[in-house]
Design a protein around this ligand. Structure first.
Ligand code: 5AD
Ligand code: FES
Length: 365
């Protein structure tokens, strides 16, 4: 049996090693987080990259069992931000020095939606003189759609797998044509093959989720060699089917602690990737995003959505920063990052070093 320290110093972890690390508490957990922070500082430094988040529309074709904006929740007032407002958000990002934006939306697969995203990509490239990097997070689409968006200038795509375990996936999604595990895997493969910097991730502390599942999630990220990962705590929403399990999930403290450990272990496994400190961290713990950054994350997604829409994009309740003006978030984040000896890197795309190196390698081959 290896000691905890011996495991921490290994180059490659077995699944059992990962489970041991994720099970650590107290002093051992601190050793893990310390090593993860050291590793991050050594490989990607103390820069924090920003992705200004535009929650374009809460109209969604799907009804995932955890999501507050699922189409079967008729308490939500549906909105789509006007074209002008989207472009204004991009201008604001430019002004604030956010080098990158992320356009996130409920899932739509109709031609009008696909074309609209193409329009935004082209217009934002134009108005920023190519200075703003654009990440899309618009769910499952066909390979053709992903290719069209890529050709219009999207270079990163976020699509969380939510769980790499098929059984758990179907505990948190309906099992029907609209929600299909194999299709989700196919999307992630297509994105990678098309040349996107591809990000995926999972929710932590889902009902029925085990440490074994979480270890498999980390192994899946590594196997796919993804460029980015976003992981955050699950937060039960009262208007969703998973609400009934709200008392059967780990406490806020436990979910935050597991999130830190997941980030820490993944930083040791994938030293140069980009990892997001999720807004959900901040929702369950006032210092949540700072904790995620100290555990090894290096990306934050401040909200740029015009305030009047934000209340209707509550994928989970009590979302952090909903009432804050973009300029307030800007100042607040800057201070928060300084307080933990990190610095926000303004006016840069902040690409994943892992991705850039890999692409260089491929070009030279
Ligand atoms: N709690 C935490 N995260 C959630 N997401 C959706 N609903 C919830 C929730 N109730 C996350 C999913 C999705 C991302 C946009 O938000 O992981 O991929
Ligand atoms: Fe919208 Fe799941 S409810 S993608």
């Amino acid at each position: 049996m290896n000691s905890f320290e011996e495991i921490l110093n290994k180059e490659e972890f077995s699944k059992q090693d990962i489970i041991t690390l994720l099970s650590s508490e107290g002093e051992q957990k601190q050793m893990l987080l310390k090593k993860a922070l050291e590793t991050k500082l050594k490989y990607v430094g103390n820069d924090v990259h920003l992705r200004g988040l535009i929650e374009y529309s809460n109209i969604c074709e799907k009804y995932c069992l955890y999501c507050g904006v699922r189409n079967k929740n008729n308490k939500v007032i549906r909105y789509t931000i006007t074209d002008q407002e989207v472009l204004d958000c991009a201008r604001l990002a430019l002004k604030l020095g956010y080098g990158s934006i992320a356009i996130q939306s409920g899932e739509r697969t109709d031609e009008d939606f696909i074309n609209k995203i193409c329009f935004f990509l082209k217009e934002i490239k134009k108005l920023s003189d190519g200075k703003i990097g654009i990440t899309l997070s618009c769910g499952e689409q066909t390979k053709e759609t992903y290719k069209r968006w890529f050709d219009c200038g999207a270079h990163r795509y976020l699509l969380r797998i939510e769980s790499s375990n098929k059984e758990l996936f179907y505990r948190i999604h309906p099992k029907d044509d609209e929600h299909n595990f194999e299709n989700r895997l196919r999307c992630i493969d297509d994105l990678i093959n098309l040349g996107y910097q591809t990000g995926t991730g999972v929710m932590i502390g889902l009902p029925f989720q085990t440490i074994d599942n979480l270890a498999d999630d980390l192994i899946y990220f590594k196997k796919k060699n993804v460029a980015m990962v976003g992981m955050g705590p699950f937060i039960a929403h009262p208007d969703t089917p998973l609400w009934k399990f709200k008392d059967n999930i780990p406490s806020n403290e436990q979910r935050m602690s597991m999130t830190e450990k997941m980030i820490g272990v993944l930083r040791l496994m994938m030293k140069e990737i980009n990892m997001v400190a999720a807004t959900a961290d901040q929702t369950i713990d006032k210092q949540g995003r700072e904790k995620a950054i100290i555990a090894g994350a290096n990306v934050i997604m401040p909200n740029l959505t015009p305030n009047r829409y934000r209340e209707e994009y509550l994928i989970y309740p009590d979302k952090a920063c909903v009432g804050d003006k973009p300029e307030e978030c800007y100042q607040c984040l800057d201070l928060r990052m300084r307080s933990i000896k990190h610095k926000i890197l303004y006016n840069a795309w902040g690409d994943s070093i892992a991705f850039l190196k890999q692409h260089k390698k491929q070009e030279n081959e």
